[in-house]
Design a protein around this ligand. Structure first.
Ligand code: WT7
Length: 651
């Protein structure tokens, strides 16, 4: 049973959502979703308000998800234009550079103008409704401007995290046949430069990227980059003479807003597709309610726009709500471990939303770097991306928030668009590591392996039994894969891939992935993807990758590799294989541990027993009785397990 924390008194005194309010609204949302979500749609600015609300079937034979299907809108009008009158001079984006000496505020009026200018430039370059645009940028305001400019003219953006390699970028460009890439000369993180433009150049030499006509380059560092005549254009030159007004493209609510690639348990990354109307309702509503948003808040989500958290809770949600959203270019531990708290003081941040991995890393530096800052402006803390362990939760609550700020532990996924479960602040007690309650309209359930529901207290596979407006609509270019991935294991419900438990009070706790997906420092990566990148090396006969626990990253990557006959397994080869992963995917996917495996444990039908590998990888720091590795009776050659166990990497 988890320890309970009441709503902190300082917070409870404020006018926030009460337990009864939550219960009442939740009931309404479940009893009459049509009415509830028709009402919620009013939070957006529509060109033609929808008369239809929900049109959904989770039946694999007739799978479709549509919300507000006859509505017409442009999402940037809700994010920008409608604020001009009342919030024109309010800061929309507050930029804090990697270098602590760099900061800049951009008002709603300025952001509107910048978006319009860049949207006009894109139109002039021949970009129009439905075109796919890749965005490969550092965390600078132009990244947000680029996303919004695409949305302004109805183009579909596909943001690729700047930490991905040229190969990974090329694969994503090829999959959705992007017409244009927006990038920067270089990115800067922890005072180190990242050669973004050079990476784009390299990506565009790969087959499949021929759809790219233009590369737009923002000048961030002024570092020397090669500019290919006709193909490459400087951002500043393009926007210079553009008018600061741009007619928003009228879009259907179910037109695509963006594609965002994410890893699953099989195959290459999937292009998760979100459409405009439902997504915007979802992110705007969840952002306001989850963070108990007030007009004068300074809200800071430390994510990168390369991940869904950045899309929903740096750009679309906060801007739809007219909030001030802080955009941070740097990292939490540079110049030192006090950076996050110093930024909080400097900009008087009231709401901080960050990831458990950052909290754990900073916790290791002790209380000193925190205590030397004031943090008095903070009134609410958020956590996202992976399960937060109770020790990190308590440190965040007691040391960072001084017991004054509720923590909203928000569980969601790229696929869900926005938060599906969290303790709405003020509405419930808090339990460290627990996502507590479903958001309005969310019907979670726990199923056992046979698909039987587990009612009351218990744990198992987390599914969602009905749709919500922010749900992904399809896998770009592969609707069958959408159905196969999420709606086939348990027909009629959405399978999350996460495990969850419900306690005797009915409160929820997410336990983490139950599939072959590893969450490393909140970066989601499929084991199959790493394995196939490993096996692309001619010296590798076979590779199996599993996750193992890591004090700071939450999980880390452990690889078992069988070299080809005649290949000598050396430390040099180990390093080369890791370098290969960095090249094919990105640095964060490189295995932390690599064990040479003369053979992998296989069933008689030649299936790798990953369960056993996971167990071996987990025992890196302790001795276990081999019997606890689980049932090995189906193994073709049980002696393999003992050998792998004896030779495991100790950490
Ligand atoms: C996976 C989704 C949430 C947006 C950013 C990551 C894990 C996420 C929590 C949380 C426990 C969490 C899940 C989920 N996860 N938030 N609060 N508690 N687990 O999006 O890359 O699509 O990853 O992150 O395992 O399935 P993503």
């Amino acid at each position: 049973m988890s320890k309970e924390y009441p709503v902190p008194p300082a917070f409870a005194a404020a006018e926030q959502i009460k337990p009864d309010t939550y219960a009442g609204l939740y009931r309404e949302s479940i009893d009459d979703p049509e009415k509830f979500w028709a009402e919620a749609a009013r939070r957006l600015e529509w060109i033609k308000p929808p008369t239809q609300v929900k049109d959904v079937s989770f039946d694999p034979a007739d799978l479709h998800i549509r919300w507000y299907a006859d509505g017409v809108l442009n999402p940037t009008v809700s994010c920008l234009d409608r604020h001009l009158e009342t919030r024109g001079d309010k800061t929309a984006l507050l930029f804090e550079g990697d270098d602590p000496a760099i900061a800049r505020a951009i008002t709603y009026r300025e952001l509107h103008a910048q978006v319009c200018k860049f949207a006009n430039a894109l139109r002039q370059l021949g970009v129009g409704k439905g075109d796919r645009i890749a965005i490969y940028m550092p965390m600078i305001p132009e990244a947000c401007v680029a996303m919004l400019a695409c949305a302004r003219i109805g183009a579909i953006h596909s943001v690729v995290f700047g930490g991905f390699s040229p190969d990974a970028l090329a694969g994503r460009i090829a999959d959705s046949k992007c017409k244009l890439v927006i990038t920067a000369d270089e990115g800067v993180r922890a005072n180190r430069k990242i050669p973004l433009k050079a990476n784009v150049d390299e990506a565009l030499t790969r087959p499949g990227t021929e759809s790219i006509e233009t590369v737009v380059v923002v000048r961030r560092t002024g570092g020397a980059v090669a500019m290919l005549p006709l193909r490459d254009r400087w951002w500043d030159a393009l926007v210079e003479s553009q008018p600061a007004e741009c007619e928003p493209e009228p879009m259907n609510a179910e037109d695509p807003l963006f594609i965002l690639y994410t890893s699953g348990s099989t195959g290459k990354p999937k292009g998760v597709l979100h459409t405009i109307g439902g997504y915007m309702v979802w992110v705007s509503y969840t952002h306001e309610a989850t963070f108990d948003l007030r007009e004068d808040d300074v809200y800071w989500c430390t994510a990168d726009v390369g991940w869904v958290t950045g899309h929903s809770y740096i750009v679309y949600g906060p801007l739809a709500n007219g909030a001030t959203s802080l955009v941070f270019e740097g990292v939490p531990n540079w110049p030192d471990a006090s950076r996050l708290w110093q930024v909080c003081d400097k900009h008087q941040v009231t709401i901080l939303y960050t990831a458990p991995t950052a909290i754990r890393a900073l916790m290791r530096e002790g209380d000193g770097p925190v205590r030397k800052t004031s943090r008095k402006s903070l009134r609410l803390l958020g956590s996202v991306g992976e399960p937060i362990n109770p020790e990190a939760w308590e440190w965040y609550f007691n040391v960072v928030g001084e017991g004054r700020c509720p923590i909203v532990d928000t569980w969601w996924q790229t696929e869900t668009g926005g938060t599906l479960m969290c303790p709405l602040p003020g509405s419930t007690v808090l339990k460290p590591g627990c996502a507590m309650k479903p958001f309005f309209g969310i019907r979670p359930a726990i199923l056992d392996v046979d698909g039987q529901p587990i009612d009351g207290e218990g744990s198992g596979n987390l599914v969602i039994t009905d749709s919500w407006p922010g749900q992904m609509r399809t896998v770009y270019g592969d609707h069958q894969r959408f159905i196969d991935t999420y709606f086939t294991m348990y027909p009629g419900v959405y399978t999350t891939g996460d495990g969850a438990g419900r306690d005797a009070d009915g409160d929820w706790k997410i336990t983490g992935r139950v599939d072959d997906v590893i969450n490393v420092s909140g970066h989601r990566i499929g084991t199959a993807e790493i394995e196939s990148a490993m096996m692309a090396d001619v010296r590798v006969a076979e590779a199996a990758v599993v996750g193992c626990p890591h004090e700071i990253k939450g999980a880390t990557i452990y690889a078992f590799v069988t070299p080809k006959e005649g290949v000598v397994p050396t430390d040099a080869l180990r390093k080369e294989l890791a370098a290969g992963i960095r090249e094919r995917i990105g640095a964060f996917a490189a295995p932390e541990y690599l064990q040479w495996a003369p053979a992998l444990p296989k069933t008689r039908s030649a299936k790798t027993m990953r369960r056993i590998l996971r167990k071996i990888a987990e025992t890196g720091s302790n001795e276990v009785d081999l019997a606890t590795l689980g049932d090995t009776s189906t193994l073709a050659d049980p002696s393999v397990v003992k050998r792998l166990y004896d030779e495991r990497v100790r950490y």
